[in-house]
Design a protein around this ligand. Sequence first.
Ligand SMILES: NC(=O)C1=CN([C@@H]2O[C@H](COP(=O)(O)OP(=O)(O)OC[C@H]3O[C@@H](n4cnc5c(N)ncnc54)[C@H](O)[C@@H]3O)[C@@H](O)[C@H]2O)[C@@H](O)CC1
Ligand SMILES: Nc1ncnc2c1ncn2[C@@H]1O[C@H](COP(=O)(O)OP(=O)(O)OP(=O)(O)O)[C@@H](O)[C@H]1O
Ligand SMILES: [Mg+2]
Length: 315
Amino acid sequence: MAPPAGVGAAVAGAAAVTLLSAALAFYGPPLDAGAHLRYTGAPYFAAISALKAGADLSHVFCTREAAPVIKSYSPELIVHPVLDSPDAVHEVEKWLPRLHALVVGPGLGREDALLKNVKGILEASKARAIPVVIDADGLWLIAQQPTLIQGYQKAVLTPNHMEFIRLSEAVLRDPVDSSDRRGAVLRLSQALGNVTVVQKGEQDVISDGEQVLECNLQGSNRRCGGQGDLLSGFLGVLVQWALHAGPEKTNGYGHIFISHFEIFELFSALSCGCLWCVLPHKAVQPPSLPEYGRSTTTSDMIAEIGPAFSRLFET
Ligand SMILES: NC(=O)C1=CN([C@@H]2O[C@H](COP(=O)(O)OP(=O)(O)OC[C@H]3O[C@@H](n4cnc5c(N)ncnc54)[C@H](O)[C@@H]3O)[C@@H](O)[C@H]2O)[C@@H](O)CC1
Ligand SMILES: Nc1ncnc2c1ncn2[C@@H]1O[C@H](COP(=O)(O)OP(=O)(O)OP(=O)(O)O)[C@@H](O)[C@H]1O
Ligand SMILES: [Mg+2]
């Protein structure tokens, strides 16, 4: 089934942003020195996934040193070597009017200087009501300063197993009850003021603080480095898409999370699960990639995003 015109147009017009990191010498021994060069794959995966999902442009804001590396992976990405510059916040802020969603965290690292810049960029994005997807080291920042995202319902957090524990314990000041994943995700979302939380794992658990849904469709047979990054880039587009669809197309619901599920119904494509995890899942399901099997990597999945999307939405 084809996307309704308005929704399809929103995807076509969406732009996603990925932030990376840098090492700044004058802040003393950095916590995670060199992460910006070690993890150049992560922002690439997120940014290319946004393009494959339908964004017309995908910008990557990264450190000066990381920029040529990331650009060399793909001429399709627009790469800004500004994140470690003294006026990084201003350098990114001037692009915000052109951007529809921000993906923060893949490959960012945890150095104070970088996190400080990202904090400024997040605040500027919130002031413009830009939707943000926060993943990986962006979640490290939120664990240190949960107020940064408190009550911002245009945010989606996508923690993996460890990131969830870290974030949850920082916010709730209680050990996570691992026997009750649904309850744990619900409580974290509520404590953050109904920010959408997508806890990744063999099954993805999603909550907006009111409802909890679980995506347990058969998908990847394992974790492979980078598939979480794909998810965050993809989500950047979908969040914009859901918000653009608006309450008139989402039965009056305001939350991104609910909006997505209403969009699912519009597409008549799914009976359960979440679009953002279904697509990567579908991408690695037979018969799409039977030849890869256990050797499936994130790069193999990228090639399958388009065909998976078509399969999901064909009439
Ligand atoms: N090719 C690349 O450049 C990649 C870079 N990455 C970046 O690497 C940095 C660190 O990310 P990490 O994900 O290592 O974060 P963390 O340093 O918080 O480590 C998470 C840990 O949790 C473990 N874990 C995850 N799911 C688990 C489960 N279900 N059960 C038990 N253990 C589980 C992982 O193996 C990992 O050791 C981030 O900047 C991230 O974006 C990753 O995104 C992977 C790909
Ligand atoms: N044990 C598993 N078996 C099958 N699929 C999994 C498993 N764990 C995660 N996944 C799939 O991988 C997606 C990303 O989750 P994962 O835990 O790998 O995130 P991540 O650690 O952030 O990834 P990345 O390596 O990109 O940082 C999940 O949404 C889910 O679809
Ligand atoms: Mg990750």
